[in-house]
Write a protein that binds this ligand. Sequence first.
Ligand SMILES: [Zn+2]
Length: 299
Amino acid sequence: MRGESFRPGGIRSLVDVLLDDGWDVWLFNWRGSIDLDPVPWTLDDVALYDHPAAVRYVVAETGAAAVKVIAHCQGSTTICMAAVAGLVPEVTTIVSNGVSLHPHVPVASRAKLHVLRPLLQSREAYVDIAWGDGPERGMRTLTRNAVRLWHFECGNPTCNMASFALGSGHPALWLHSNLTHTTHDWIRHEFGKIPMSFYAQLAASERAGQIMSIRPRPELPTRYATAPPQTQARFALFAGRHNRVFLPTSQKTTYAFLKRHQPGRHSLHVLDGYGHADVFLGRHAHREVFPKMLTELHR
Ligand SMILES: [Zn+2]
């Protein structure tokens, strides 16, 4: 996805709500953003280079003493990795959605990660959610057609491919009832290529039960949720109860880890009636979700 994904048209977005509440809002495109040329990134690259650089940039531009972060999915995983590794000391609050240090995925996703991924990996450097829309041939067409047949719940090829590539469910990323027709159509331009290097790290981390470094470097831990977190940031963890990309136990397990090391400091919100990305894209998120995030930012 990309930074602009936090600001869909036609609904009252998180950005609208933050601006109205008086915040200076910055959207961040890290190296996985579809606005940039695709590269085979890992979570380690993003945690080590992208988030620290972005935070330093915002601090330098604004003169602010501290930065608060709202992050989603792999944006959340990577900012949490950077934080527990002590790489973003300027960050005082992290509002995280979906997953942070413990990726728990549905059973069917585990099969895809550990059986299908090694098969695809030798043929493709990326899974492209646009396979749903393009003129591709061979393996890509086969994948796309199989995905379309399986995802009979709607006729939006991006919605179908996103369910296949990122989770397991009909659909996996949201409850259809939470999206307006306009938003459901808008997503067709908001997803892009996912590198096999990311899936490889996710597979290793899923097996280990916590985020694992895949290209070890001296500045980064090998296991991200073993040693005490090297940060004073407060974490507010959010999980949609119907999330079929990362199960809500992902955030519950990270919350238990944080609480063990820093009791009484962090919080967990499990949202009824929400899945994964509809926490930000939902038609009623401005009433049902964002006020909870604002409360966490002000705490
Ligand atoms: Zn759909």
